[in-house]
Design a protein around this ligand. Structure first.
Ligand SMILES: Nc1nc2c(c(=O)[nH]1)N[C@H]1C(S)=C(S)[C@@H](COP(=O)(O)OP(=O)(O)OC[C@H]3O[C@@H](n4cnc5c(=O)[nH]c(N)nc54)[C@H](O)[C@@H]3O)O[C@H]1N2
Ligand SMILES: Nc1nc2c(c(=O)[nH]1)N[C@H]1C(S)=C(S)[C@@H](COP(=O)(O)OP(=O)(O)OC[C@H]3O[C@@H](n4cnc5c(=O)[nH]c(N)nc54)[C@H](O)[C@@H]3O)O[C@H]1N2
Ligand SMILES: [Mo]
Length: 770
């Protein structure tokens, strides 16, 4: 037996795969990664587990034919395994039928999801290229991550929705010049295991430590103490979830009435402060948003808020806001308000200070301003103009033809007849899974490419087994990461799996456009082509080695991105006429005439406090007195490798851990290590109790990503045995502005589960017939 060692790249870092006779033996951290993620080594047991999809499979009821009445069968049915030839014929015939009998827009190709690292085998890129060449598809816009931010920020600071990432201070500048960081939502290192697209080395932990060693003080405004690393010695201000906007308003009010605010910056570089100030002072509604008012909402003491106002204005300070705060009712507000608060401090546009978002949500934000662009699978223009905001998928399936607001426009929800999902897991990521289950019965056909029998595969009609990132040739270039990492195929695809590209090639051949799709290149020729294209575009300064040397050496470094980064706040401060922001006024829009002109009752022309529909001070808290935080899991990326060793080792009696305050547990007779049931009017799930003083009273934390395991699949309302929080969350838009997901605005109660424990069947394939 000869072990081979192969370079691999994942969203959670780069590793060395050790393979023996085609079997994955180990996944080892790389020596040059200072903080490798333990998710990687856990991939080994998942590679060939019993949940792998090994052959194409078609849902029995769907195969049994027309007319396609699904009732509740989708999600509960057995599957019939078929040959690739039959599977590709079924899919291509069905695509042809839906396009001709309905329309191209009846094909949904939004297919949101993180898929895997790698530039060529980008699942969504491959799918959308294939569908666009075939006539087009209905797309989705924005992300589950940051929809509210993506829509509101371009109105407030201008530019591309994600341009803030290169306009905010980097960690090394914070270490050098900043004195006080106030982080709304904290700086959870667990989230810095990840970078979208790949990651050569994990740097955030050491960069944070460098800040602490340089004397920067950190304040963690969050319901969880664990949202900042112990070594940061952060002050913890437990905040009632979704009240950050009120806390910021209370701080801003204190600054204003004490005249501590940066009047000069607000006058020269911002618009609309006067109108906002009048709201702050309560001139119209008679309610001054002072620190006492904010204390009553947030649970943070009045004096603490006043003291923060003083410290923020007397030191070089940085207001940070994470993404979870905007995955909520009125999620636009804390983002907008954080910019306004920063503009008042005196630190905006000064080195290491001001404002930034998403620090430590990936090992990219705050690490580097960007990198030169790297070639990826080429996009083809989509002939279909229809799109939906990404989180409105269930609404679209349930209410085709209905019109909704979105960022000043009116959108008509299209009628979708065929859903094609490739590289995402909607039965992990969407809110209110029981509602999604009902909606999911509407389309004629659901096609899914998956490597494992997760809930999305079980809820499909045609499942095509896909090769994992270890089973194909590619190279990775993570978001902002200045490295290219070679990913030669470590082993052959499991069973009969094929790459997404190869599946689409087969379909394109049947539909008559194989050559346009492949451009006559094989997969390795594509990989070589994209690398050589990148090398040529970077030119001589980069002096990247030729493809063969790169493939052998595994990692090459790209030159640093030098900008320009338009919309810089330092330049704005120095001369707002010469360096305007890309907003209508050229300045920071504390008041946005554009948003105001939309006339929305749930998003006014300046940031405001709107009480969430579900929060601890809502009437509903009388029945469901605990706020559920469904944050990102420490043990995996979303639902990926929930069947891997690292995630499995975190389970309690096979269930996902739920962490709660010992006081809340005691009053319910709950002890550590017990299985408990979380419930509200939308659904219920089991989970394993962990007790910790790091969770503020009234809050429970259950991470996303446990594969959904309904007791009666297909039947809406049935209990989940495993611990997927999305059976509890509400499918409610943040507001008419962004239509973003508001997953974190959820009230529940928790009780002991004393019944006999049902087996977890999340990782068990459906019945398969030959
Ligand atoms: N309640 C709640 N819900 C949330 C969130 C929350 O905070 N709370 N967070 C939201 C956020 S921020 C996000 S980004 C989403 C994440 O939602 P998703 O991105 O949908 O989650 P993943 O688990 O990454 O799903 C990726 C799927 O693609 C498959 N896959 C991997 N590689 C490939 C490939 O090469 N080809 C194909 N065909 N398939 C592949 C994996 O097996 C997996 O099933 O979840 C959202 N949902
Ligand atoms: N390990 C791991 N890392 C990940 C991911 C993963 O799946 N696994 N997913 C990645 C993705 S796609 C994204 S978008 C980012 C998401 O990045 P974030 O959205 O920042 O991450 P979360 O873990 O959802 O939330 C971080 C913390 O915010 C706090 N929080 C929640 N609600 C509130 C609130 O109302 N107010 C305040 N002040 N705090 C609140 C919670 O305590 C929570 O632990 O993470 C990325 N990183
Ligand atoms: Mo995300």
């Amino acid at each position: 037996m000869v072990e081979r060692r192969i370079s691999v790249a994942t969203h959670w870092g780069s590793y060395v795969a050790v393979v023996d006779s085609g079997r994955l033996v180990r996944v080892e951290p790389r020596g040059d990664d200072p903080a490798p993620s333990p998710i990687g080594p856990g991939m080994v047991t998942a590679a060939d587990d019993s949940a792998r999809v090994l052959r194409p499979a078609v849902r029995k009821g769907w195969l049994d034919g027309l007319p396609r009445v699904h009732d509740t069968a989708r999600g509960a049915d057995a599957f019939v395994e078929v040959s690739w030839d039959d599977a590709l014929t079924l899919v291509s015939d069905e695509l042809r039928r839906v396009r001709s009998q309905h329309s191209d827009s009846a094909v949904f190709g939004g297919s949101y999801g993180w898929a895997s690292a790698g530039g060529f085998h980008n699942a969504q890129g491959q799918l959308q290229r294939f569908l666009a060449l075939g006539g087009g598809y209905t797309d989705s816009c924005n992300t589950y991550s940051t929809a509210a931010l993506e829509v509101v920020l371009p109105h407030v600071i201008g530019g591309h929705p994600w341009s803030y990432q290169s306009r905010m201070p980097m960690w090394d500048e914070i270490a050098e010049s900043c004195e006080l960081v106030v982080a709304f939502g904290g700086l959870a290192l667990k989230n810095s295991q990840i970078n979208s697209g790949g990651l050569a080395r994990h740097r955030t932990r050491d960069l944070q430590r460098q800040c602490r060693e340089a004397g920067v003080r950190f304040v963690n405004v969050s319901p969880l103490r664990s949202d900042t690393a112990g070594f940061l010695d952060a002050e913890w201000l437990p905040v009632v979830p979704h009240t950050d906007t009120a806390a910021m308003l209370g701080i801003a009010h204190t600054m204003l009435v004490n005249e501590w605010h940066d009047e000069d910056f607000l006058r020269r570089c911002c618009v609309g402060f006067d109108r906002f100030a009048s709201y702050l002072l309560g001139e119209l509604d008679g309610v001054p948003k002072d620190a006492a008012w904010a204390a009553g909402i947030t649970g943070i003491g009045r004096d603490v808020l006043c003291d923060l106002a003083r410290r923020l204005t007397t030191r070089r300070s940085l207001i940070m806001v994470n993404y979870a705060v905007q995955r909520a009712d009125h999620g636009e507000q804390p983002i907008w308000m954080s910019v306004v608060l920063a503009a008042m401090t005196g630190s905006m546009g000064r080195p290491g200070g001001g404002w930034g978002a998403g620090y430590a949500t990936m090992d990219a934000t705050g690490v580097a301003r960007g990198r030169p662009s790297v070639a990826a699978v080429p996009k083809v223009p989509n002939p279909v103009p229809d799109f939906i905001p990404v989180a409105r998928i269930a609404d679209t399936l349930l209410h085709p033809g209905r019109t909704i607001d979105y960022d000043g426009r009116r959108l008509t929800l299209p009628e979708l007849r065929l859903i094609y999902w490739c590289g995402g897991n909607p039965f992990h990521h969407h809110q209110d899974l029981h509602r999604l289950t009902r909606a999911w019965q509407a389309p004629d056909t659901v096609v899914v490419h998956e490597a494992w029998w997760n809930a999305t595969a079980k809820f499909a009609d045609i499942v095509l087994p896909v090769a994992t990132s270890l089973e194909r040739d590619d190279f990775a270039a993570g978001f902002s990461d200045p490295h290219l990492v070679a990913m030669p195929k470590a082993r052959e695809p499991a069973g009969e799996s094929r790459t997404d590209h190869d599946i689409f090639r087969g379909l394109a051949a049947r539909l008559g456009y194989e050559q346009e799709f492949t451009e006559s290149r094989s997969e390795i020729e594509w990989v070589r082509h994209l690398y050589e294209q990148t090398r040529a575009e970077l030119g001589v300064e980069a002096s990247l080695p030729g493809f063969d040397d790169f493939w052998r050496s595994s990692t090459v470094e790209l030159p640093a991105s030098t900008g320009p980064f338009p919309g810089d706040f330092g330049a704005l401060r120095s001369d707002p006429r010469r360096f305007p922001l890309p907003t209508p006024s050229g300045r920071i829009e504390i008041f946005s005439e554009v948003i105001d002109s939309f006339g929305y009752d749930d998003c006014a022309g300046h940031p405001k406090w709107y009480a969430p529909v579900e929060w601890l001070r809502a009437d509903l808290a009388g029945r469901f007195p605990l706020h559920l935080l469904s944050n990102q899991p420490a043990s995996r990326l979303h639902s990926q490798y929930d069947n891997g060793g690292h995630s499995l080792s975190s389970k309690i009696l096979g269930r996902e851990p739920v962490t709660m305050n010992p006081g809340d547990a005691a009053s319910r007779g709950i002890e550590s290590g017990m299985v408990v049931r979380l419930y509200n009017d939308r659904g219920s799930c089991l989970a394993g109790a962990v007790l910790s003083e790091d969770v503020m009273p009234g809050v429970v934390q259950l991470s996303t990503g446990a594969w959904w395991d309904p007791v009666r699949p297909g039947l809406s309302g049935t209990m989940d045995r495993h611990g997927n929080p999305n059976v509890l969350t509400a499918d409610r838009p943040c507001s008419r502005l962004s239509q973003g997901p508001s997953a974190l605005s959820t009230l529940v109660d928790v009780e002991r589960y004393d019944d006999p424990l049902p087996d977890v069947l999340a990782f068990t394939p459906p019945p398969l017939e030959q």
